[in-house]
Ligand binder design. Structure first.
Ligand code: SAM
Length: 298
């Protein structure tokens, strides 16, 4: 996969923090209801990171580091609740321009100084070392880089899973990639994403994870919390359960972890067309008000 070259356009969000729009992926990096707020609510609060950080050590995997906001919200929280916690962090990112632009344009200036310094080190050198922190930012296609993470025998207490949405970036929501990521999750760890797409939830199931809904700040739909064990997960609503029985639940596939987005989208369309699952239109009619055309593809 080639490194994106399209423009990254600055955009303010409702909480005063800035996000970017990616011309290559045709999508904003964060909810426009608040980029910093999303990092706290959808990732840090949803995983109850403040409680997990009471432990002497914490291991984090940030899939799609971007501007580093999810990492920043995590580091800020850990430093506030337990500065003695020893943190190990691995982050994956394709486009080196993004973390650099976040630093150079001052988009990270709203985070505490100690956190900003870590993000600067990560953007400039790909690592941040502190007495309490060992962090690396691995560049390249996450589908390949995750293999290197696995060789570290990395078992994450928390995984932030934040690619662009499935229709725009299907390569990071496939059963095969999710399986690789799930292999890095500790048996008692938590993986969180903003997406509640049925195809995504099916991929988590196929990777052997249990799932539950979780509040996703600034978004119309809940996010998804995934764990090895179902203990502590909120139940899916009847609407969400039925969604998983429709063709929307046909997952994205990428057997060699190297296909293009177009090939992955076409493969899924083909599988949907021959699927025994009921068409999603019946589910939509039953559960969504007539004026609401947008379904949770994200
Ligand atoms: C929604 S943004 C992530 C926002 C980020 N979590 C933050 O807090 O700023 C998605 C990110 O995924 C990256 N990305 C896209 N395709 C990728 C790939 N194949 N491997 C790794 N990263 C990828 C994009 O460059 C972008 O930074």
């Amino acid at each position: 996969m080639s490194i994106p070259t399209g423009a990254l356009v600055l955009e303010p969000t409702a909480d005063g923090s800035m996000t970017l729009f990616s011309e290559d992926f045709g999508e904003w990096f964060h909810s426009r209801q608040g980029a910093y707020a999303e990092a706290y609510a959808t990732y840090v609060e949803a995983t109850d990171l403040a409680s997990l950080a009471q432990a002497p050590t914490l291991t984090l995997l940030d899939v799609c580091y971007g501007l580093g906001y999810n990492t920043a919200a995590a580091l800020d929280t850990i430093l506030r609740v337990n500065p003695a916690c020893q943190v190990r962090l691995v982050a994956l990112e394709l486009d080196p321009r993004v973390p650099s632009q976040a630093v150079e344009q001052g988009l990270i200036n709203g985070w505490p100084t100690a956190v900003q310094a870590c993000l600067q080190d990560l953007a400039n050198t790909g690592q941040a070392q502190r007495p309490w922190l060992e962090a690396i930012l691995m560049w390249g296609d996450a589908r390949q880089r995750i293999q290197a993470v696995k060789t570290l025998e990395f078992q994450a207490d928390v995984i932030f899973f934040d690619p662009f949405s499935p229709p725009h970036c299907p390569e990071l929501w496939t059963v095969e990639f999710v399986q690789q990521v799930a292999a890095c999750l500790h048996s008692e760890g938590k993986l969180v994403t903003y997406s509640c797409a049925a195809a995504v939830r099916t991929a988590f199931h196929r990777a052997g994870l249990s799932i539950g809904p979780v509040n996703a700040a600034g978004r119309r739909w809940p996010g998804t919390l995934a764990q090895v064990s179902s203990v502590g997960l909120a139940p899916l609503s009847p609407q969400e359960q039925e969604h998983l029985l429709t063709r929307a639940a046909v997952p994205y596939r990428d057997p060699t972890l190297s296909d293009s987005a177009d090939v992955i989208r076409q493969r899924r369309q083909q599988e949907q067309s021959v699927s025994d699952l009921v068409p999603t239109s019946a589910w939509r009619k039953r559960w969504l008000p007539p004026h609401q055309k947008v379904t949770p593809a994200r």
